[in-house]
Design a binder for this molecule. Structure first.
Ligand code: MRU
Length: 379
């Protein structure tokens, strides 16, 4: 894969991206390409790649150029727009190409259900437009992918407002991994809650777990929050217990890669430990995620597939060897927090309280009017 590199994107789709300074992923209709900020290089370099081939987008998801559950779903949707632009054959040829690319994309990362959700939504659209002309098919697929992107930002803003209501002014908030604008279409889920609290004028301070081994907290979360002038301090993962004990943490909010029907939550490895600490210190542990993260087909968290990543991400750091050759490492990239530890899940449809036995099904009929949901994570 030899993508183009540039310091700034050439143009933008106009999707309501991250903020004034950056975006994780966008489709550029002028160059017919997907632009991505290389999150492996942050914060040292702010570099965008231009991908014109669907396989390049799949590689970029696998290699974590783009990461975060909603963002990889959006990237996959745009990859299928690239397929639609290239495929000039008849309906069955278009559907075959869409199906083949979908299978490759699906195999890139297994835990975040947003990936499968976005691919399923794009495949439904592909079936609807298959009989149209190639130009009309492309237009239909592009419109759907951009809708997925725009709706994700709207969902982040809605759950952000909802979660922010539960944050007391003056609070110190712990977050784990990066569930920010970089991990979504823009604004962020957990960081959306934090951004909304900041925008409401609440005085808040953030402790960002560094998030071993990939360091999303140290490299990405602090970078994002610092740009918004939200006070943030980075701690190593093994310091969290100390700050709970000293009563320096009043609220925890994280994102999620998949929420099971019973309210169990999969998120970045280390999240379960944070939830146990929060419970032990009677601090609300909360989750912010769009409805596309809810997987009602998966009954409990124990059925969620956990991605195992390579040894190198553990055994090396910045090129230096940490674990001697020949010694094995284990690397589950996610863990599952049981519903009983989760005080609230904020979605664009409203709030649920898994620790009281409420399940996502409670929001099945919701219109998404989050203003109507009054219950609090603190209650
Ligand atoms: O391996 P990553 O960096 O893709 O893991 C990301 C997370 O675990 C996020 O917390 C989750 O995807 C939610 S992002 C809004």
């Amino acid at each position: 894969m030899t993508p183009s590199l540039c310091r700034r994107p050439l143009s933008s789709t106009g999707a309501p991206g991250a903020g004034p300074n950056f975006f994780a992923v966008e489709y550029d209709p002028e160059t017919h390409a997907v632009w991505m900020l290389d999150q492996r290089r942050l914060p040292s370099d702010v570099l965008y790649h231009r991908y014109a081939e669907p396989d390049e987008v799949a590689d970029s998801i696998r290699e974590m150029v783009v990461r975060g559950a909603p963002a990889i779903g959006i990237a996959a949707a745009y990859a299928l727009v690239l397929v639609a632009r290239k495929e000039q054959g008849d309906a069955s040829s278009f559907l075959l190409s869409n199906g083949a690319a979908s299978r490759v994309l699906l195999g890139t990362r297994p835990t975040a259900v947003n990936l499968a959700w976005a691919i399923a939504r794009m495949s439904k659209k592909a079936a609807e437009v298959a009989a149209l002309s190639p130009a009309e098919r492309y237009a239909g697929m592009r419109k759907e992918a951009e809708a997925i992107h725009i709706e994700d930002v709207q969902a982040c803003r809605a759950m952000g407002r909802l979660g922010a209501e539960d944050i007391p002014s003056g609070a110190t908030i712990l977050t784990h991994c990066n569930a920010g604008a970089l991990a979504t279409g823009g604004y962020g889920t957990a960081l959306g809650v934090i951004r909304a609290a900041h925008e409401m004028g609440k005085r808040i301070r953030v402790l960002a777990d560094e998030t071993r081994p990939y360091l999303q907290g140290a490299r990405l979360t602090s970078w994002e929050l610092h740009q918004d002038e939200i006070p943030v301090e980075v701690i190593t993962d093994n310091m969290a217990a100390h700050f709970f004990q000293r009563e320096e943490i009043e609220f925890v909010v994280v994102g999620s890669d998949r929420i099971a029907a019973n309210g169990d939550v999969a998120n970045k490895i280390g999240t379960y430990g944070v939830a146990l600490l929060a419970e032990a210190h009677d601090v609300p542990f909360t989750v912010a995620a769009p409805w596309s993260t809810v997987d009602l087909q998966t009954q409990t968290g124990m059925q969620i597939p956990i991605e195992e990543r390579g040894r190198d991400e553990i055994s090396t750091l910045g090129g230096a060897t940490l674990v001697a050759d020949g010694i094995a490492c284990r690397h589950p990239a996610f863990d599952v927090t049981p519903a009983r530890l989760v005080r609230a899940i904020y979605t664009e449809r409203g709030r649920i309280r898994p620790h009281c036995g409420e399940t996502p099904e409670a929001l099945m009929g919701s219109t998404g009017n989050v203003e109507r949901e009054p219950s609090s994570a603190r209650g």
